[in-house]
Unconditional design. Sequence first.
Length: 311
Amino acid sequence: MQRVGVFDQGVLEPATGRDLTTGRADFIERAQTRGELFIEQPYGLYSEANQQTWRRLYRALAGKWEQHAHPRFLDGVTRLALDPDRIPRLADINRFLEPLSGFRARAVSGYVPAYLFFDCLRRREFPTTITVRDGDRLDYLPEPDIFHDLAGHVPMHTDPAFADVLVRFGEAARTAAVRARDGDCRRVESALKALARFFWFTIEFGLMRRPDGDGLCAYGSGLLSSAGEIGHALESPRVQRVPFQLDWVVNQSFEIDSLQPLLFVVDGFDHLEREVLRLERWLGDGRLDNVAPGEPAVSREDLRSFRPDAR
Ligand SMILES: [Fe+2]
């Protein structure tokens, strides 16, 4: 689905497979065939079209960030020295990032099974996609790409309070995994839905009250990496923006392929951390064993990642 025409139409070379375009990169296919999840970033494979896509995305988002992003996100963009014109090297990003919060971006070849992903956060590693979306479909995000991961997520990771929230989230997933050892599949699936919904409505699509108390701003990466989504989230009268309520969030379905009609607002990073701690308690005491059915679907691979001994 092409969402909104906010991009200039540059002259694009077709992707050949020799570059790093999402869904068409030979390098990634070979890594996946070999079963390699954690990989290096083969920087020389980015084509001029890939670089141009980064530039166009950055240009479309920079003004929106000034208008709508949380101030700590803007600080993060500066602290990481994100280059508007060139795709960043992960090694350069990590040189700035690690001293600030202990986090580092780690290149992956594709989908990271749920528990492995959450456990990386617990260890202050952020699995990072290295491919770049197709230049013909700039605002369509069926799957993450390097712009979503590096420009949408990582600037927030420079903030120690936010980084601690991610670690706590990883701890919550661990609590769910420990409990999953003697739980039936349905219970594990329920816990996984709760975790995924919490992550979606906070880390991916979270809104926060502005620190000066004047209105709302975005701290979720799905908003911060989409020119269509961020304006819609903060300006559209059709979006329902409600105060964060944990029991609502963990039971709320969502769709990944349309503009989000419902968003949850937290008061600040302290509030977010308290809610993650509450999530962990609820997972531990069985309160999330029967959340509402609906999206997201939980794959067999995700289930297995929480119960490696299960078949
Ligand atoms: Fe994301």
